[in-house]
Design a protein. Structure first.
Length: 128
């Protein structure tokens, strides 16, 4: 009886899997079963870290805004700035405020001073 060669479909699937694992180290880039396990682990890590990246950037923006606000010399805090922005209904998110704080600190000082003046005026006149 003659030997029957198997088809090429399984080999094609394995080479496709190996293309993903070219950067893995050791047997993790050579053995098919290990490659599939590492690929699943890599995808899980990528999914998890996309969410954590959003949190880390928000923390960075808050830190930058707070540092510039406290540096200005007036006794003003990040939490009070955000509260006053919401009271005035100004649509400036933290990312934009952080970019303003880095590129043009005077602009952020002017925004915070204007908000402080208006809030103090409204509190003194009893409007709020």
């Amino acid at each position: 009886m003659t030997r029957i060669r198997r088809g090429y479909i399984a080999r094609r699937r394995r080479t496709k899997i190996r293309l993903v694992a070219s950067s893995f180290r050791g047997a993790h880039s050579r053995l098919t079963r290990t490659i599939t396990q590492e690929r699943i682990r890599a995808l899980v890590s990528a999914h998890r870290d996309r969410d954590s990246k959003k949190r880390e950037f928000r923390r960075l923006w808050i830190t930058r805004i707070n540092a510039v606000i406290r540096e200005s010399g007036i006794s003003y805090r990040y939490s009070r700035l955000i509260r006053d922005l919401y009271k005035r209904q100004l649509l400036l998110n933290r990312k934009i405020l952080a970019q303003i704080a880095i590129s043009n600190r005077n602009c952020l000082y002017m925004i915070s001073n204007q908000i402080v003046k208006e809030i103090d005026y409204q509190e003194s006149t009893g409007i709020i």
